[in-house]
Design a protein around this ligand. Structure first.
Ligand SMILES: Nc1ncnc2c1ncn2[C@@H]1O[C@H](COP(=O)(O)OP(=O)(O)OP(=O)(O)O)[C@@H](O)[C@H]1O
Length: 295
């Protein structure tokens, strides 16, 4: 069942069209990663779906509720983690979690165990009882994530959730997200780290020019970009790239071709067979080659 269904979503700021007919679906118990260059409108999509910004046009249903007709029901079904942590600095992480838990009417015994488990899994036990405003930026983000995960929402929006997190916290986050997804939560995440979109069972949608320009499993998108490539770097720094079909015969043919071209030129410094990455997909689909996106 589709927990997020978006059709023809449009949004402009003054004379700038940001979203120009976006269609999206996120099924229950699945993750959709929304990729796009800086300024593509990823945060705008999340803000609209989370009822924080009004859309100009389009149909949106979140957890079966029409966004326009019943925004309160949408808010009850979702949790959002934004690019900037929005926890109360005058409360401790534990108090923040308990407050949200009580507001969400989580029964007291479950709340106690869930808060302890989240603090533990997000490595927050040591700072759980200190004022959140004295914590580091990364710690505040982890508290923010803990708050979002606590309510076990039907739909979870994660806007660049791993920005500012160290590798251990990132791993802890993905483990927690995997648990929620296994329990049926639909997750829509935006990320600039393409490898984060490359998750088993996950799907990717690429937003560019106000529209979704590609959507599918990472492997499907990679196949669209093309074959594996034999990449040879020479001692003078130049490179050769030859498509190969994955068979030994073809690899031999490709190497012989490179050797024939080489003649008495520079030697081989290194060679590798590369499978197209999501970076290649992204660059080809969005036409950006200027390193705008950190991979
Ligand atoms: N409140 C606003 N008023 C005017 N313009 C806005 C507003 N919010 C966003 N924009 C513009 O809309 C465009 C899309 O912004 P958005 O933050 O959604 O992009 P993004 O894909 O999330 O970018 P990034 O990857 O850099 O976070 C940008 O050009 C931005 O300047």
């Amino acid at each position: 069942m589709s927990q997020v269904r978006v059709r023809g979503l449009c949004k402009s700021y003054a004379d700038r069209t940001v979203l120009d007919g976006v269609d999206l679906d996120v099924a229950a118990g699945s993750v959709l990663a929304l990729l796009g260059p800086n300024g593509a409108g990823k945060t705008t999509v999340v803000r609209i779906l989370a009822t924080l910004t009004p859309a100009d046009a389009g149909e949106v249903a979140v957890a079966g509720h029409d966004l326009h007709a019943d925004p309160a029901a949408v808010r009850r079904a979702i949790a959002v983690t934004g690019q900037f942590a929005a926890v109360d600095g005058l409360l401790t992480p534990r108090e923040n979690l308990r407050l949200i838990g009580r507001l969400a009417r989580i029964p007291a015994p479950r709340l106690r165990t869930d808060v302890d488990e989240l603090l533990e899994r997000l490595d927050l036990t040591g700072v759980a009882d200190r004022l959140t405003r004295t914590a580091s930026g990364g710690t505040r983000r982890r508290v923010d994530l803990a708050v979002s995960l606590l309510t076990r929402p039907q739909v979870l929006f994660l806007d660049e959730p791993t920005t500012g997190l160290d590798p251990r916290s990132r791993q802890a986050l993905w483990d927690l997200v995997d648990d929620l997804v296994a329990g049926g939560t639909a997750v829509l995440l935006t990320t600039q780290y393409l490898q984060e979109a490359d998750r088993p069972g996950g799907r990717v949608a690429v937003l560019d020019g106000g529209r979704i320009v590609a959507e599918g499993a990472p492997a499907e998108l990679r196949q669209r970009v093309g074959a594996d490539v034999l990449e040879v770097t020479f001692t003078d720094g130049s490179t050769a790239r030859v498509p190969v079909d994955g068979t030994f015969a073809d690899l031999r043919r490709a190497m012989a071709g490179v050797e024939a071209r080489l003649g008495n030129g520079p030697g081989v410094a290194s060679f590798a067979v590369r499978t197209p990455s999501l970076d290649d997909v992204f660059l080809q689909l969005t036409g950006r080659r200027d390193g705008e996106v950190a991979a």
